[in-house]
Design a protein around this ligand. Structure first.
Ligand code: PLP
Length: 395
């Protein structure tokens, strides 16, 4: 039987960009030790105090259906956290609880786009973005950013791409670049959305991982409150990737419609997971900082490892659990470099090309190994890049 065009075309055909990752996994399965710096997954697990709260909730009987918009207590906690961080009055009526940020991205786009609508997103991008847009029947349109601009979207490119589009998806702090959008960039984004009457979908799942500069939620900018849907998650902030818990924050009428979508799709998030999330949020910033601290440390290790050479150049590592490295001086593509690094030194990183065309000639390093192994991996990577230059024959 024939499947729908929509579902058959989610991936858009071709490689999914994860070849190095799969190769590394196969090497590990074959007994070859690999230093894996590919996936955005913490090397620590969910804190035991959160698991205790989850266990206690489940044992107390919180295993039945839950309110589909999310428990009021959790929505209140999320609204309070957002209001405190942004200064924007926010109530539980502005919050829909979702099973993770990815489900939030899908629901948010489903809410604002009709079949065939054009949806803007920024290249380089988090790997699922084009597929998420296609899965709601939209037509993805990429806005290229440049290494020379530190991958900050420029107003001129935003305005050139905007005519005819319905929405713009941004992500700051950014995966894969590790860049935090500055005030001028956010002003340009707001201006584009207002001038072209676009919805803004603001993916803020890395909002607790900021090493330099400040995370500003564009929902707080003038004229943006009624046209912004913020996607949040506890995957990265609380190392709860497997618990699948996140939210959408937006105007009340949009949230009501998204609630209706949830009624007909996810039908809620497990109550014991919501209780654990509420417990975790109630621990305040101290727990968030504990989860973020290893990445803060490893960012410093990265910058130290890159000192005194200019073959491998970091894109300003301002936030999130990744650093993007420019390896164009080696003459290799990101893909060739990542494959050669895996073959010769058993270190796995993501090619920039896996995240679109804008980060070609770069690699993304996930800072997800314990410090000592991480520092060794970085040092080896730099020495390898220098040897390519010295060889004159990178292959
Ligand atoms: N958005 C970005 C930019 C991400 O990097 C990720 C995961 O890596 C997600 C969304 C989805 O996160 P989750 O569904 O685990 O909340």
């Amino acid at each position: 039987m024939k499947l729908s065009h929509r579902i058959s075309h989610i991936t858009g055909g071709g490689s999914d960009g994860w070849d190095v990752f799969y190769r590394a996994k196969q090497m590990v399965a074959d007994g070859i030790p690999v230093l894996e710096l590919t996936q955005g997954e913490h090397d620590i697990r969910t804190d035991p105090v959160i698991l205790d709260a989850m266990h206690a909730a489940a044992k107390s009987g919180r295993t039945g259906y839950s309110p589909v918009q999310g428990d009021l207590a959790l929505r209140k906690a999320v609204a309070t956290r957002i209001a405190a961080a942004t200064g924007v009055p926010t109530t539980p009526a502005n919050i829909q609880i979702t099973p993770g940020g990815q489900a939030g991205l899908f629901a948010a786009h489903h809410a604002v786009l009709d079949e065939g609508d054009t949806a803007l997103f920024v290249d380089p991008y988090y790997a699922t973005y084009p597929g998420t847009l296609r899965s709601v029947g939209a037509v993805p349109r990429a806005i290229k950013t440049r290494a020379a601009d530190n991958f900050q979207p420029q107003l001129v490119d935003l305005s050139a791409a905007a005519p005819g589009a319905k929405s713009l998806l941004i992500n700051t702090p950014n995966n894969p670049t590790g860049v935090v959008y500055d005030a001028a960039t956010l002003d340009g984004i707001a201006k584009t959305c207002i001038d072209h009457d676009l919805w803004l979908i603001s993916d803020e799942v890395y909002d607790t991982q900021v090493w330099q500069g400040q995370h500003v939620s564009p929902r707080s900018l003038p004229g943006m409150l009624d046209r912004t849907l913020v996607v949040g998650s506890m995957s990265k902030s609380h190392a709860m990737t497997g618990s699948r818990i996140g939210w959408i924050c937006g105007p009340e009428d949009a949230i009501n419609s998204i609630f209706n979508l949830a009624n007909n799709t996810t039908y809620g998030v497990a109550s014991f997971v919501q209780d654990a999330a509420l417990f975790a949020l109630n621990q305040g910033p101290a727990l968030e900082e504990k989860v973020a601290a290893p990445f803060r440390r490893r960012r410093a290790l990265t910058l130290a490892a890159l000192e005194g050479q200019n073959v491998v150049r970091p894109i300003p590592a301002q936030g999130a659990m990744y650093v993007m490295l420019d390896i164009r001086a080696t003459g290799l593509t990101g893909e060739a470099f990542a494959n050669a690094l895996l073959d010769r030194h058993h270190i796995a990183v993501m090619p920039g090309e896996s995240f679109g065309t804008a980060a070609a000639g770069h690699i993304r390093v996930a800072m997800t190994l314990e410090d000592e192994a991480y520092a060794i991996a970085l040092k080896t990577l730099v020495t390898f890049a220098q040897s390519l230059l010295a060889d004159g024959d990178p292959e």
